[in-house]
Design a binder for this molecule. Structure first.
Ligand code: PTJ
Length: 248
C-alpha cells in the first residue's frame, strides 16, 4: 500500500525521495544497492543542510556554461537518477539539447529497457543505451559498455551518482566530466572536472535555471579552462568542518 506523507511533515521532501527510490526498486528501475547509495547521500545531505549552498550553486553555474558550450554533451542516467529526476532530466535534455543515455553500474538488458521506457513515458523522445557497441577503455566488466553516438563520442558528460572508476576512465578518454554527488570525499567528487555537491533533486532544476539564464546570450560562456574544482572542494570541506564543529 502506498504511504501517504502529509505535506506538513517536517521531513516531507526527504520522505518523498525515499518513496520514489522505494517505488523505483519495486518497479525494477533501482538496483538494490541503490538504496544504500541513497542512504549515504541522505547522510551527507543532512550535514550539508539540505539546501543548495553557494559553493554548489557556483558549480552548477559552471556546469551550465560547460554544457551550453559543449559540441556533443551526453547525460548518463542510472536507476536512482531516473527515479528521482526522470521528468526534469527530459526538460534538461530538451533545453540544451543534451543526449540521454541509460548507462548502468549494475547492467542488465532488462533494467536498461525498463529505464528507457520510463524516460519515454515522462516525455523523452530518444534515449540511448540499448545498443552499447563500444567499451570505455580500461574499465573491466560490462559497466564499461556504452553507445558510439552517446557517451563514447561525447565531449562533455554529465554523470550524477557515479562510481569513481568510471569517472576516472571517462577522464582518461579526454572527456570533460561533470558529476553531482552529495559526498564531496568520494573518488568521483575528487576526479571530476566539475563536482556539484548537492542533491540531484535540487541540482537538476537549478541547472535548468542557470542554462535559461545564459543560453541565448552571446556572452563567452567558456568555463573549461577557468573552473578550479579543487578550490571549490576545499571550500566545501571547510564549510562541513565548521558546520560540524558548531552543531550542538
Ligand atoms: O542504477 P545503477 O545500476 O547504475 O547503480 C546506481 C548506484 C547509485 C547504485 C551506483 O552508481 C553506486 O553504487 O553508486 P555509489 O558508488 O554508491 O555512489 C553514489 C554516490 O552518490 C554516493 O557518493 C552518494 O553519496 C551519492 N548520492 C546518493 N544519492 C544522491 C547522491 N548524490 C546526489 N543526489 C542524491 N540524491
Amino acid at each position: 500500500m502506498k504511504t501517504i506523507i502529509p505535506k506538513s511533515h517536517p521531513r516531507y521532501e526527504s520522505l518523498i525521495m525515499r518513496e520514489r527510490i522505494s517505488e523505483g526498486l519495486k518497479k525494477g528501475f533501482v538496483h538494490e544497492t541503490g538504496l544504500i547509495a541513497h542512504g549515504r547521500g541522505e547522510a551527507f545531505d543532512y550535514i550539508i543542510g539540505e539546501k543548495t549552498q553557494s559553493f554548489s550553486d557556483d558549480a552548477i553555474q559552471a556546469a551550465a556554461k560547460a554544457l551550453v558550450s559543449a559540441k556533443h554533451p551526453v547525460f548518463s542516467l542510472n536507476g536512482n537518477v531516473v527515479s528521482l529526476v526522470g521528468k526534469e532530466s527530459v526538460q534538461l535534455s530538451q533545453l540544451i539539447p543534451i543526449v540521454l543515455e541509460v548507462n548502468l553500474f549494475h547492467k542488465s538488458d532488462q533494467r536498461v529497457q525498463l529505464l528507457i521506457k520510463e524516460m519515454k513515458k515522462v516525455g523523452a523522445e530518444h534515449v540511448l543505451g540499448s545498443h552499447p557497441t563500444m567499451h570505455i577503455p580500461n574499465l573491466d566488466h560490462n559497466r564499461g559498455l556504452c553507445e558510439e553516438k552517446g557517451i563514447f563520442s561525447s565531449d562533455v558528460v554529465l554523470v550524477p551518482l557515479e562510481d569513481g572508476d568510471r569517472c576516472q576512465a571517462l577522464k582518461d578518454m579526454g572527456k570533460y566530466v561533470i558529476t553531482i554527488d552529495l559526498n564531496p570525499l568520494s573518488r568521483t567528487a575528487k576526479t571530476a572536472d566539475i563536482t556539484i555537491v548537492d542533491n540531484v533533486t535540487r541540482a537538476i532544476p537549478r541547472l535548468i535555471y542557470w542554462i535559461n539564464q545564459i543560453k541565448d546570450k552571446n556572452d563567452d560562456v567558456s568555463v573549461l579552462d577557468t573552473w578550479d574544482n579543487n578550490k571549490n572542494l576545499k571550500k566545501i570541506y571547510t564549510f562541513l568542518s565548521k558546520r560540524l564543529n558548531h552543531m550542538d
